[in-house]
Design a protein around this ligand. Structure first.
Ligand code: ADP
Length: 415
């Protein structure tokens, strides 16, 4: 099957076309045929489209909404000069898999989309006002442009974490607030943590029940997950992706009193403060320079920029703290796995996060750590480290494509 994997953000559309089916899943021979990203939808959009490993096409076009952006991709995909292997028209796409950010307590796994599911997703908008409306726009656009017969599947960021125990997901606020409004931790990046755990099992030959690891996804968004017996046991993001680790532009954990205090001190509205916490905090807020870790590392190294150094220190401190907490929660772990743009590419951040953790049995091998920069799965800990440390490049799109096949063909969903 050729699966069109779609990830719609508020002003962006990311896609991949992946060839996969039961046989390819079993043999790990799924193939990414094309991918692309359209940013700044709503104005002059920036477009990057790529077939396989060929040089990408880069362009710009006025695209007013997600439907126009998707129509642009479909037109590109269908024109003869694009030449995506096996794809000459819409008929060569067999299903669409959507990344949906919030499934609340209602969606605990990937599901074929029908009107009832759309109603359920609309019910979740209250909990994810920044994300789910964009995902729904993608679903409606795909329905219109691919036609109502095209099977569409929703794959949720929250689903993997639906196994967390109450003691991990509840906030210590009046229980009625959970009962009445479902205020609780849901966790995100579930497809990434699930993929990393899956690859860890492939690398080590462990069974799912024997998978007791800490996965750390460090990208623009960052989260850590304690995986016990192959299931999510705790994770750092909360009711929304704002909680937990320090991120590119998000603050992560913060005393809620700060919000009320700033309302009074700055005369800001709640909306303005939440916008600050989501979009102007984290690495960007502390450095005052950028949310981009690679640039911060450059500033710290070349100019010894004090606030770039501080932002990096704070970032690593918070990751270390969560790893420590999860080691305590799980009575140790069999491995720590790094993923995400930062986790996969920055030996400096991995070294800082894992420094001075020898008491916990964690010893990095610096030469292995330096080598793990090219999207390869690698062991980076020393041979005598009690807890092995891996870099495992994540692949959320692959999970999305595979789950789409499984939902369309009514196959089981292995964790
Ligand atoms: P997203 O969460 O949007 O998918 P990514 O997983 O691609 O983002 O991660 C983006 C982050 O990864 C950025 O902060 C970027 O600077 C960082 N990054 C990418 N390559 C490197 C590198 N070589 N060294 C340090 N940071 C890097």
């Amino acid at each position: 099957m050729n699966v069109f994997v779609l990830n719609c953000g508020s002003s962006s559309l990311k896609f991949q076309i992946i060839s996969t089916d039961e046989d390819q899943i079993a043999k790990d021979t799924d193939q990414q045929l094309a991918k692309g990203l359209i940013e700044r939808i709503g104005s002059e959009a920036i477009i990057t489209l790529q077939v396989g490993d060929q040089p990408p096409f880069k362009g710009a076009a006025p695209l007013r909404d997600h439907k126009s952006a998707l129509a642009y991709v479909i037109k590109w995909m269908s024109q003869p000069e694009t030449r995506i292997p096996g794809i000459t028209s819409l008929n060569d796409i067999h299903a669409v898999g959507h990344r949906v950010v919030h499934g609340a307590e209602r969606f605990k796994g990937s599901i074929l989309i029908d009107d009832a599911v759309i109603g359920g997703l609309q019910d979740c908008i209250d909990l994810a006002p920044l994300h789910n409306p964009a995902n729904l726009k993608g679903i409606f656009a795909a329905r219109e442009l691919f036609g109502p017969q095209m099977p569409q599947v929703a794959v949720f960021d929250t689903a993997f974490h639906s196994t967390m125990p109450e003691k991990a997901y509840l906030y210590a606020i009046p229980y009625q607030l959970y009962r009445r409004f479902k205020v609780r931790k849901y966790g995100f990046h579930g497809t990434s943590h699930r993929y990393i755990a899956f690859r860890y099992r492939k690398l080590t030959g462990k069974s799912r029940q024997d998978t007791n690891i800490i996965t750390v996804h460090l990208g623009n968004g960052c989260s850590a997950c304690a995986i016990k017996g192959g299931k999510s046991f705790d994770t750092s993001m909360g009711m929304t992706p704002l909680e937990g680790l320090m991120m590119g532009t998000r603050s992560g954990d913060i005393d809620p009193t700060v919000i009320d205090y700033l309302v009074h001190k700055e005369g800001s509205s709640f909306d303005e403060i939440f916008s600050t916490l989501n979009k102007r905090s984290g690495l960007l807020g502390i450095s005052g320079l950028t949310n981009d870790m690679r640039e911060l590392e450059g500033e710290a190294e070349e100019h010894q920029d004090r606030r770039a150094i501080l932002a990096i220190d704070m970032f690593c401190h918070r990751v270390k703290k969560y790893i420590g907490a999860y080691l305590a929660e799980m009575n140790g772990a069999d491995a720590i796995c790094f993923a995400g743009g930062i986790g996969e590419n920055s030996p400096t951040i991995r070294r800082k996060v894992l420094s001075d953790m020898d008491w916990l049995g964690i010893l990095l091998d610096e030469s292995r750590n330096q080598q793990a920069v090219r999207g390869k799965e690698m062991l980076i800990s020393a041979d005598d480290s009690r807890v092995p440390v891996y870099v495992i490049p994540t692949n959320e799109e692959l999970i999305l494509a595979r789950d789409t096949v499984r939902a369309v063909k009514s196959l089981p969903f292995p964790c």
